[in-house]
Design a protein around this ligand. Structure first.
Ligand SMILES: *Cc1c(COP(=O)(O)O)cnc(C)c1O
Length: 525
């Protein structure tokens, strides 16, 4: 009898020999065609649409009339379609398989969300339309604000920030405005940030003009409260703490942290990117948080990646509520209104954070996710996310080394590279080999406090079968690394459309403009 693993293959990892070294003749791979840039297609001199000859000579434009060809290839509809579908096949997608990026909370995006977001009353409206014509959209924003406040136990929310990092900016600007209002801004120049923080935290504090002071971490991966206490004083404007933190652990001393912070006259900014782990179970307002962004695109689904789109509403405590930026929605007997200019108490706000009112499409998807789950469902989101991460930790910890072996984790399983010692395989090599096995790598080398970190976040949307497939692949790779199969890792990925790239050079010297190859007739067309 042959034993099969959950992937449906023989259990020995090497039973199917990898034919690493044979590139195909065309660059295509197993029904996936190699695809060039659209400018490199031979679509010059033809057009995919049949339009009448334009009348007139465009003389309205005077000197500005274009004299050179516009330089766009003309493709037929099937050619254009194939180009983009082929490109899309080169990308990983959450609809294909698990996306175990820690900190990113890449979960399934229900199609219901998409259906709601495409309702014409949400998708075909313009931010400059008269408010009387967009009452439904304003009501939706109001309802979403209500649920964000309810789930966090906070009295106010600024809806307009467009991402988590933008929310951090909003929160710190509200904190700065509050210190300005009390006249303490001159001496409160520091923001305390733990070493394990996401890079956006210190970046935001510095951007707002604060000096960033690092707070140490304990052996068990949490904020060192004694170190924090020693750094708090009347020169501190705020602390920025992520909870659960970026090591995937709950800050046990959170109440003490907020007490000490408030005692020192500072505000507690909580990075809420990990709200997924506690939604429906813990209300940040009860922990003494003054401001917290919620990445709607993480906790409440909505597609994200590649830099957007996102939405990062910021919930605010009583103390910071008057400093919330415009606009916000109010309702009275006459329906819903967008307040564009702060008056009365709220006039202390720092103004607007961006044009218009935020990411409508994300609002619709997030509320759709909330309402389809209900309160019991949202609580289960947190419970399943934590259960899934602990399952991964438990199933891998005999082969790989958990960064914090003591006790359970929250929604992320974090390993270091201790277990790779002596194998010549690095975290990066391991991640590249995962691509060959069909899995998107986990987050690597973050948090910085963990050597060779591998941060795995399965989210609640992965089933046990999917987790078992992932675990089987991870175990097979870990065993291969330990068995000295170094080639498998050093040259990986062998099967991806592109091999190992010079990522440093790509970041330092990005080529953002396509230029026609020398001697080509493309430019002359
Ligand atoms: C994702 C993330 C952020 C930044 O959020 P964006 O929406 O990507 O701007 C900040 N902190 C942590 C811990 C995160 O995971």
């Amino acid at each position: 009898m042959s034993t099969m693993n959950t992937v449906g293959r023989p259990t020995t990892p090497n039973a199917i020999e990898h034919d690493y070294k044979h590139p195909t003749l065309t660059g295509g791979r197993g029904l996936l065609q190699d695809e060039h840039l659209i400018f490199e297609s031979d679509g010059w001199g033809k057009t995919g649409v049949d339009l009448p000859e334009p009348k007139g000579d465009g003389s309205d434009l005077g000197d500005l009339v274009r004299k050179d060809p516009i330089g766009l290839p003309g493709l037929s509809e099937p050619e254009a379609m194939r180009h983009y579908v082929r490109l899309s096949q080169k990308n990983h997608a959450i609809d294909l398989a698990i996306y175990p990026l820690g900190s990113c909370t890449m979960k399934h995006n229900p199609r219901l969300n998409e259906k709601m977001a495409r309702l014409p009353g949400f998708s075909d409206i313009h931010p400059l339309q008269p408010q009387s014509t967009v009452q439904g959209a304003l009501e939706l924003m109001d309802q979403l604000a209500h649920w964000l406040k309810t789930l966090t136990g906070m009295p106010a929310v600024a809806m307009s920030p467009k991402a988590g990092a933008h929310g951090e900016l909003c929160g710190l600007m509200a904190i700065r405005a509050a210190h300005e209002a009390s006249g303490e801004h001159v001496k409160r120049r520091k923001v305390l940030v733990p070493t394990s923080a996401h890079g956006t935290n210190p970046a935001t504090a510095a951007f707002v003009g604060y000096t960033v002071v690092e707070v140490a971490q304990t052996e068990d991966g949490r904020v060192d409260v004694a170190d924090l206490a020693s750094k708090l004083g009347d020169d501190v404007a705020a602390i920025m703490v992520t909870n659960p933190n970026t090591c995937g652990l709950f800050e046990r001393d959170i109440l003490e942290i907020s007490r000490l912070t408030h005692e020192a006259g500072a505000y507690f900014y909580c990075d809420g990117a990990n709200f997924n782990a506690i939604v429906g179970r813990v209300r940040p307002g009860d922990l003494g948080v003054d401001a917290m962004h919620i990445n709607l695109h993480k906790t409440f689904s909505t597609p994200h990646g590649g830099g957007g789109p996102g939405a990062g509403p910021v919930v605010l405590s009583e103390a910071l509520a008057p400093f919330a930026p415009a606009p916000w929605v109010v309702s009275d007997g006459d329906g819903f209104q967008l307040v564009e200019r702060a008056e009365g108490d709220a006039a202390q706000a720092f103004g607007r954070l961006c044009a218009f009112q935020g990411q409508m499409g994300m609002y619709v998807r997030a509320l759709s996710y909330m309402m389809s789950h209900g309160s019991d469902g949202l609580r289960q989101v947190a419970e399943d996310a934590v259960l899934n991460a602990n399952y991964i930790k438990a199933r891998l910890q005999d082969l790989m080394s958990p960064a914090f072996p003591e006790g359970p984790c929250m929604h992320e399983a974090l390993f270091d590279d201790e277990w790779l010692k002596g194998t010549e395989v690095t975290t990066l090599d391991f991640a590249k080999a995962m691509i060959d096995e069909g899995f998107h790598p986990m987050t690597m080398y973050f948090p910085l406090v963990v050597h060779g970190a591998m941060l795995i976040e399965p989210t609640e949307t992965e089933s046990k079968q999917e987790l078992d497939r992932f675990i089987a692949a991870m175990r097979a790779l870990a065993e291969a690394a330990k068995a000295g199969d170094v080639d498998r890792f050093k040259g990986a990925p062998f099967h991806a459309p592109l091999r190992r790239l010079d990522e440093t050079r790509a970041a330092r010297q990005p080529v953002l403009r396509w230029t026609a190859p020398e001697g080509s007739n493309i430019a002359a067309e």
